[in-house]
Structure formats: structure tokens, C-alpha cells
Design a protein around this ligand. Structure first.
Ligand SMILES: [Zn+2]
Length: 455
């Protein structure tokens, strides 16, 4: 007798690449049976006609214990989020994980250590346009190593937010990631709206530091007519033996705070962004495009206001995500209810709807693999992203015919449709739209190096 069974589901096993009708038994938070033979549980869920697969792993998020952001992630079928991206993370990784270990959280959280804002601020390298000094760099190396010892799953570089970072700074910190077998996630520098230099630079981290590189939200960086070229650059690097992977959201318009250095006037010019292409998505001017007055007011008085750059070519999303080493991601972050970017509520259901049922870009099997097993392998989560016995019972149950995102700009936090159940560590967390457990998520510390990867 199992604790829980899911009966008669369409089971998707991304490791073996097989799908079959069967049942799943869960005991003590782990998958205890994946079988066609009838089984019994203390609790039983009939999931006939529904897809059952490992929970989605969001390799690029900024949840960081925000309860509402975590809830919106869960509602999309995300069971594990990777925080600390784009160079922003807590500095004390141990305290971060210890908090989740003692209090729980709505989903599992893994964490990267963030260079470009967090580490640099901590050591006093606060000017994003200037390299860190030798002493500051040595201090950062110490902090990165401490974070890896405590279970950070990688180093995150937000070069767009600290374009003054020197090659030495980037490579020395990345070398530590290589030594620990952890990834380096890179939010590329975005020098102009049409450069490949920033991508080549990110690939150089793999070449010079020996690190495995995860390029962040590729469509947000290069989805402006550059995607074919960007993919060619990545493929060439992979053919040279470098482990370059990437993630992308399902939107071309991207969000950040107006105070970021990339909204300095010269950067705006270089990238060809007009004020009118930038939409405010929080606070006083929520829903309005920028003009000169609003731009200056927010930059000087409310630099944390979030804005969206309305840019990009939709087709480039689909082109990027069909790459075999592309993973879907949200780039989600904390917003007040009713505010923000639809990526916070719609990303994964939109990915399945667009890529599988509407456009036939990916088979259901491949779409599931890229949202589960591929990020698990990339990060070294050996018990996640897999549908077999002894694996963590992080599971999502959905209807592939009806799964759909409902969030849009202006109404960015409307939950998706078509997701029946989400289980986190063997506990039912989402029951047909109702959150029934908000503390089932565990801390995901990375403790072992990832060497068993395939290029
Ligand atoms: Zn990000």
C-alpha cells in the first residue's frame, strides 16, 4: 500500500523517452512505483487522460522566498526554481537554505551565487562601470568558494548590470565554478542591439575558465533578429567541445528595474530603445509608457520600479526553444498582485501550448525533457526531472489538450488552465487550482560536482 497513487495517467518518462498508460505510487516523498500493474494507495487520484511527468524545473528565476511569486510558479507546474540569477542573490547561501529547511516553502529552491550586484556590492565594487580591484576580487573568490561549499548550484553573472567587470574578474570567479563542477549562468552584456560580441564573450568563459556555461534568457538578449546567428555561434562552440546551454522564456519583451545601468542614456541609444518602447509594470505609473518626465522621475526617485522593454521578434522564441540544449525558463520575480510581466504566471503552460499543441515545434516528449530532465542534468539534480523509483515525487498532472496560459500584459498574474495537480516531495501542493500545501518545497543544495554530463 502506497501513501498516494496516481491512477491511469499518460506517463512521460523523459529518461527512457517512453510514454505509456499506467500508475504511479508515492511513499515517503519518493516515487515508489511506476507500473502498468494495478496498485493501491491510502489516497488515490484518478488521472485518466492526463499527462503525468516530473515537475518543471525553472532554471532561471528570481523567486527568493517571495510567497506570491512562489505561488504563481507552482500554479504553472514548476516544482523547483533556481534563484540567484542575473547576478542578484543572497550572499549567505547557508542561511538561505537553512530557512527553507526549517520553515519549508511552496516549491523547492536551488540557488546560484550572484556576482554582478550581490558580490560586487558586498566587497565595495559598487560602480557597475568599473572593474573590481585585486583586493575586492580576492574577497569575492573567498565568498564564491564559501557559497559553493554551502550548496550554491552555480555562479551567476549579470554582465548587463555590471558591464565594467573585467575579464580577469569574470574568469577567476568562473574558474572556481569549473573546479566545483557548477554552472556559470550568464546574463550577457548586450553592448548594442545587434552585437554578437557579448555572446562570444560568454562563450569565452567556457573556453578560458573551463566552466560549463548557461546563457540566460537567450531570446531576451538576441531575439531581435539575431537568433539564427546566435544559435550558430553556440553550435560552433559546442562543436569545439564547450558545454554551452541556454534558457529562454516565452516572450520577447523583458523586464528589469529602471535604475539599471542599461537604461543609461548612452546604452539606450546604442541599443536603439525609445522611451516609448518601455512600459512601466509596477507602482505609480503602472501601465504607462515612458516619456522624458517619467523616465527622469523614476531614475532619480524610484529606481526599483520595474519596466518592460517592448522588443523582439516572436518567431525567434520558437527557433530558440527547438534547440536540443534549450530549456524553458520564466525569469520570474516578486511583484505585488496585479503587477508585473505575464512570464510570472504564464511561461510553462504557454511553452506547452505554443510548442506542442499549437505549432508542433516539439513533441510532447521532447517538450517535457527540456523542462525537466535537461535542467536536472545541467544542474546536477540527480533525483529530480526523472520518472522512476527512488526519485523525488515532484510531479505535475495536466491536460495537454487544454493547458494554456491566461496571463497577459496588464493582467500578468492570471493563473493558467489545464493543470490538475502538482505534487512536491510527495505532497499534494496544488489541487485543481487550489493551493493545499504551501510548505512542501525543500532546499536543493548542490553538493556534488556535475561531471556526468553529455555535450
Ligand atoms: Zn533574470
Amino acid at each position: 500500500m502506497f501513501d498516494i497513487i496516481l491512477k491511469n495517467g499518460i506517463l512521460i518518462d523523459p529518461e527512457k523517452g517512453v510514454r505509456f498508460n499506467g500508475h504511479i505510487g508515492i511513499t515517503n516523498g519518493k516515487i515508489a512505483a511506476v507500473t502498468k500493474t494495478e496498485i493501491y494507495g491510502k489516497q488515490e487520484y484518478d488521472v485518466s487522460g492526463k499527462v503525468v511527468c516530473p515537475g518543471f524545473i525553472d532554471i532561471h528565476g528570481h523567486v527568493e522566498f517571495d510567497a506570491y511569486c512562489g505561488e504563481l510558479s507552482l500554479r504553472q507546474g514548476i516544482t523547483t526554481t533556481v534563484g540567484g540569477n542575473c547576478g542578484f542573490s543572497p550572499l549567505d547561501i547557508n542561511t538561505f537554505f537553512a530557512r527553507q529547511e526549517s520553515q519549508g516553502f511552496i516549491i523547492n529552491q536551488a540557488e546560484l551565487i550572484g556576482h554582478s550586484a550581490s558580490l560586487r556590492d558586498k566587497v565595495g565594487a559598487t560602480n557597475p562601470l568599473k572593474p573590481a580591484s585585486a583586493e575586492q576580487l580576492a574577497k569575492m573568490e573567498y565568498l564564491v568558494e564559501a557559497a559553493f561549499e554551502e550548496g550554491a548550484c552555480g555562479l551567476s553573472l549579470g554582465l548587463a548590470y555590471a558591464p565594467g567587470s573585467s575579464d580577469e574578474e569574470v574568469n577567476r570567479l568562473s574558474r572556481l565554478a569549473a573546479r566545483y563542477g557548477r554552472i556559470v549562468s550568464v546574463d550577457t552584456r548586450m553592448v548594442t542591439g545587434s552585437d554578437m560580441y557579448s555572446l562570444v564573450e560568454a562563450i569565452g568563459i567556457a573556453r578560458h575558465a573551463g566552466a560549463r556555461v548557461q546563457i540566460s534568457h537567450l531570446v531576451y538578449q538576441y531575439g531581435t533578429g539575431l537568433m539564427e546567428e546566435a544559435l550558430a555561434v553556440i553550435n560552433r562552440a559546442r562543436a569545439d567541445g564547450l558545454d554551452i546551454r541556454f534558457d529562454s522564456g516565452m516572450y520577447t519583451q523583458w523586464a528589469t528595474h529602471i535604475g539599471a545601468v542599461l537604461f543609461n542614456e548612452d546604452y539606450m541609444d546604442d541599443n536603439g530603445w525609445d522611451l516609448n518602447d518601455i512600459l512601466v509594470i509596477t507602482d505609480k505609473y503602472n501601465g504607462q509608457r515612458l516619456n522624458k518626465e517619467i523616465y527622469h522621475e523614476l531614475r532619480t526617485q524610484a529606481p526599483h520600479t520595474a519596466v518592460v522593454v517592448l522588443t523582439g521578434i516572436e518567431e525567434e522564441i520558437y527557433l530558440a526553444l527547438t534547440h536540443p540544449f534549450a530549456m524553458p525558463s520564466t525569469d520570474t520575480g516578486a511583484y505585488a498582485p496585479g503587477e508585473g510581466h505575464p512570464q510570472i504566471a504564464g511561461s510553462f503552460p504557454r511553452y506547452l501550448r505554443k510548442m506542442v499543441t499549437e505549432r508542433y515545434e516539439l513533441t510532447l516528449m521532447e517538450a517535457v525533457r527540456k523542462a525537466t530532465l535537461l535542467p536536472a542534468e545541467t544542474l546536477g539534480f540527480h533525483t529530480k526531472g526523472r520518472l522512476r523509483e527512488q526519485m523525488d515525487a515532484d510531479l505535475v498532472v495536466f491536460d495537454i489538450q487544454t493547458i494554456a496560459d491566461k496571463a497577459v500584459f496588464g493582467l500578468p498574474d492570471i493563473p493558467p488552465e489545464g493543470i490538475d495537480y502538482v505534487f512536491i516531495n510527495g505532497k499534494l501542493a496544488l489541487d485543481r487550482g487550489t493551493i493545499v500545501n504551501a510548505q512542501a518545497g525543500k532546499a536543493v543544495r548542490c553538493t556534488k560536482p556535475v561531471y556526468d554530463y553529455q555535450i
